[in-house]
Design a protein around this ligand. Sequence first.
Ligand code: GUN
Length: 311
Amino acid sequence: MQAKIIDGNEISRGIRKKMARGVKSLKEKTGITPGLAAVLVGGDPASAIYVQRKGKAAREVGIYTQTFRLPSDVNEMEVLSLIERLNHDPLFHGILVQLPLPPHLSEGKIIQSVLPTKDVDGLHPENMGKLLLGTPLFVPCTPAGIHQMLLWSGYNPEGKHVAICSRSNIVGKPLMMTLMQKREGANSTVTLCHTGTRDFASITSQADILVAAVGMPEVITADSVKEGAVVIDVGINRVKDPSRKVGYRLVGDVDFEGVKDKIEAITPVPGGVGPMTVTMLLVNTLKAAQLYDLETYHPLMFEAIEGQYEP
Ligand code: GUN
């Protein structure tokens, strides 16, 4: 039987509808309009598209948003002083610095300059530390999106063996910290695989849930997955395709055609993890705005886990 498709667009629509209601209710109760500042350095076309997508999605749920564009040769002091200004600007409850940054800028220094209470990307060391300790404030958007996708599609990771192929700060490490927590909707046994892992396939093929974020097209093949597994494909890779007008098509890290008859479910590329990452940025921005007014503060994350928001 062919695998079920875990549709990130559909799940996103459900969460964004709730989001729009949450934004409206915050505005009515407190007069606060959640605000998101996006900082885009340089002219990387993929980054520009991602930031555009995030801005459009934010506006659609009623979040005020503005993009601050800086040239690729900007010096670090200018970036830091823009962030300092945004940290103090009451219009913005969330600040997003699109990554990657040009190599002459210190990603670590710039991420650390964002106020942790406005760090809607969840990448500040304080927020990473809170996540590790089991008291998260903002969970990074891609891992949060993957977690919500599993819950919303009925694949609760509790007690399951999850293999994560990534040790990045954006995906692998925070996802491992999220799923290993002793908490309803998590409580998984997590194995983290990386470039130093020996006999990769023998580990991934034992996993009930496999998360692939290796950044290489279609390298996870049928012999690397367990029969009946749930597969989350985080990869977005361009491969040449002369039959398409644009000359390429997007594929994930997983060989979709090769695994689809062996597994229980899979996220598509595009239309899987991508829209969920954007959605979780909106969730974190509303949460940041709600922190301004503790009376209305209500973490959407836990409501979803309790099953109130089943689609
Ligand atoms: N670049 C790729 N993914 C992300 C993300 O989740 N946040 C930011 N800021 N940049 C990214």
